[in-house]
Design a protein around this ligand. Structure first.
Ligand code: CAA
Length: 388
């Protein structure tokens, strides 16, 4: 067993840290405040190859491994969770469907510009009435009589990067002209085409600079060549992609937790009360001990999941258990650590002068998107017992 990073992984971690600390940290609070999409810093991230870390170079990416993806996500999230959300959508939710199920032409046409960061991608699974119960989606894709295209109609909600995405992966219930249902299928659509309508932007508690909106498809004409995978394969594609996505969210949670922990540790050494540094009090040391321990446990879980994913590229084995455990534990750790870090800072933690309150608000989403903690416990429980 080897815990050390390779030279290449170390280099990518250093590069991500340098970029995140020198370029993102100075602008993070302002973007959080305005809720504006950080287009300029994201294009700088693209120049460093961070928008397609695991995507092979021939498809516009950096051709690195899953551990490298995790390392970059941790560093960017430690600087600003909004930036890491945008990075993760391009890398996992948009990139993985093409890598695992896309045709060569789809990879050249849609994956390449997104992985190289020329344009943004998005992933549209959730609908107003179906979030956790993804099977219950109503969006419809009707195959034309001549079999050349689908007409897609329906609403999608909570679409991360929806307001800025050029290409969007859309999941829909598929039907043939004779009325026969073919189950859920996945499609890639161009947001600049007629019938693609961006709806209301979601004002959010945290990750405020990552743009989120509703999307409506109104008689959207989608050529059959834009279907990803087989008809009816869409649900499995969505779930497989979320397994990868959950590793990215777990890494994001670790980054947020680490930033909050570092700030709390420093503050506990400097802040004096009753004649001593507050870090000398057992009540604060106990908090720091629990925080650090849970962050390190999360790190091991996410590295294990990343290692499993790297191996699965050869074996095709599912990584559902490891990815679910990593996201469940890391996201609850991020919530716990940011809560404790804010408490250690007292009134200063509650102030907008420090980033603690932002870390606290940003951490919450990691327990919700790409599978709530309740869904992940259900997934792990089902896999462990073999029962439903
Ligand atoms: N990988 C591959 N296949 C999978 C799979 C996985 N991880 N999970 C399930 N499947 C397959 C099953 O094997 C099954 O196949 P068969 O029919 O051949 O047996 C099929 O899919 C159906 O599985 P289930 O019966 O388990 O499906 P279910 O409806 O009971 O439950 C669920 C599935 C776990 C609840 C699932 O719906 C789920 O994960 N829900 C959460 C959805 C989610 O994470 N939404 C977040 C939206 S995305 C987002 O947040 C985007 C963003 O912008 C950031």
């Amino acid at each position: 067993m080897e815990f050390a990073l390779t030279e290449e992984q170390q280099m990518i971690q250093d590069a991500a840290r340098e970029f995140a600390q020198s370029v993102i940290v100075p602008v993070a609070a302002a973007y959080d405040d305005s809720g504006e999409f950080p287009a300029e810093t994201i294009s700088q991230a693209a120049e460093l190859g961070f928008m397609g870390i695991e995507i092979p170079e021939e498809y516009g990416g950096s051709g690195l491994d899953t551990i490298s993806y995790v390392l970059v996500m941790i560093e960017i999230a430690a600087a600003d969770a909004s930036h890491s959300t945008i990075v993760s959508v391009n890398n996992s939710l948009f990139g993985v469907p093409f890598l695992m199920f896309g045709t060569e032409e789809q990879k050249q046409t849609y994956l390449k510009p997104v992985a190289s960061g020329q344009v943004n991608g998005a992933y549209a699974l959730t609908e107003p009435q179906s979030g956790s119960d993804a099977h219950a989606m109503r969006c419809k894709a009707m195959l034309s009589e001549d079999g050349t295209h689908y007409t897609i109609t329906g609403k999608k909600s909570w679409i991360t990067s929806g307001p800025v995405a050029k290409y969007v992966i859309v999941f829909a219930q598929t039907f043939h002209p004779d009325g026969e249902s073919k189950g859920i299928s996945a499609f890639v659509v161009d947001a600049d085409q007629d019938g693609f309508i961006r709806g209301k932007h979601e004002p959010k508690l945290g990750i405020r600079a990552s743009a989120t909106c509703e999307i409506e498809l109104e008689n959207f004409k989608c050529p059959v060549e834009n279907r990803i995978g087989e008809e009816g394969q869409g649900f499995k594609i969505a779930m497989t992609v979320l397994d990868s996505g959950r590793i990215g969210v777990a890494a994001q949670a670790i980054g947020i937790a680490q930033a909050a922990y570092d700030a709390a540790l420093e503050y506990s050494r400097e802040r004096k009360a009753f004649g001593s540094a507050i870090g000398s009090f057992q009540s604060i040391q106990n908090k720091l001990a629990d925080m650090r321990t849970r962050i390190e446990a999360s790190r091991l879980l996410v590295m294990q999941a990343a290692w499993d994913k790297e191996r699965s590229k050869q074996t095709g084995a599912r990584i559902t258990l490891a990815a679910s455990m990593a996201k469940l534990y890391a996201s609850e750790t991020a919530m716990f650590v940011t809560h404790q870090a804010l408490q250690i800072h007292g009134g200063m933690g509650y102030s907008k002068e420090l980033p603690l309150e932002r870390y606290f608000r940003d951490a919450k989403i990691t327990e919700i998107y790409e599978g709530t903690s309740e869904i992940l416990r259900m997934v792990i429980g089902r896999l462990e017992t073999g029962l439903r």
